[in-house]
Design a protein around this ligand. Structure first.
Ligand code: CMP
Length: 225
């Protein structure tokens, strides 16, 4: 059976400080939204009127160039949130957000999100912590794009994604095309580099996940590249 909005909110780290008695009324303010794989959830440049919490599925935050090329800024999964930036600074949506799989979201209207921030300093602090983490990652990516070659960028990305899990495993479903769009390289270059990492025993790739067999070897590539 699908989780209720209350059960979904219980698993959102941003809301962990809210007592259950207050979480139930908050859950009632949300609306469920379902998106098919590939559908556009938010459009860059449009005004923002809601925050979204991911109940199930995976989304990508993307910028699209005039020639149609995509840069992926982030991939977000269950328990994460997006759409907060427009609500905080009253600017248009900063990027497109697209469903990478069938995705179930809980939508919270601007007024309800802002009221919650005013009433819960812990939630406001949690939000700042997450924004700081995202800025740190963005800084890291800018450094990687400017300072590393493609091998260094791939090694850095694999280590960063594994770090978000147990340090060794990446269970997110990511195609070579997606990896390429995350590091500003061609799909072919990424496939070649991944093949080399597999044949040299640095990583193991299965249909379900990527395992870092030799994280130190990846660190050495990052330091070199
Ligand atoms: P908003 O600008 O309202 O709409 C697009 C959303 O994408 C934005 O809010 C954030 O939630 C999310 N987003 C934008 N840039 C990043 C990033 N670098 N990392 C993670 N999420 C982002």
């Amino acid at each position: 059976m699908a989780a209720s909005p209350f059960e979904v909110l219980q698993k959102v780290p941003l809301l962990a400080s809210i007592p259950s008695a207050e979480l139930a009324p908050l859950a009632q303010l949300t609306r469920e939204r379902r998106y098919a794989k590939g559908s556009m959830i938010l459009m860059q440049g449009e005004p923002g009127d809601a925050l979204y919490l991911i109940a199930d599925g995976q989304v990508k935050v993307v910028l699209v160039g005039e020639d149609g090329r995509e840069v992926i800024l982030s991939v977000l999964g269950p328990g994460s949130f997006f759409g907060e930036m427009s609500l905080l600074d009253d600017e248009p949506r900063s990027a497109h957000v697209v469903a990478m799989s069938e995705t179930l979201l809980l939508q919270l209207r601007r007024e309800d999100f802002q009221a919650r921030l005013r009433n819960s300093p812990e939630v406001a602090i949690g939000l700042m912590r997450e924004l700081s983490r995202r800025l740190r990652r963005a800084d890291d990516t800018i450094g990687s794009l400017a300072l590393r070659d493609v091998h260094g960028r791939i090694a850095h990305l694999l280590l960063a994604m594994a770090e978000e899990e147990d340090g060794r495993q990446i269970t997110r479903r990511l195609t070579h095309a997606t990896l390429a769009q995350m590091i500003g390289a061609s799909r072919e270059t990424v496939s070649r580099a991944m093949r080399t990492l597999v044949t040299t025993g640095v990583i193991k790739v299965s249909r379900k996940d990527i395992t870092l067999l030799q994280p130190d070897a990846l660190r050495a590539i990052v330091d070199r590249g």
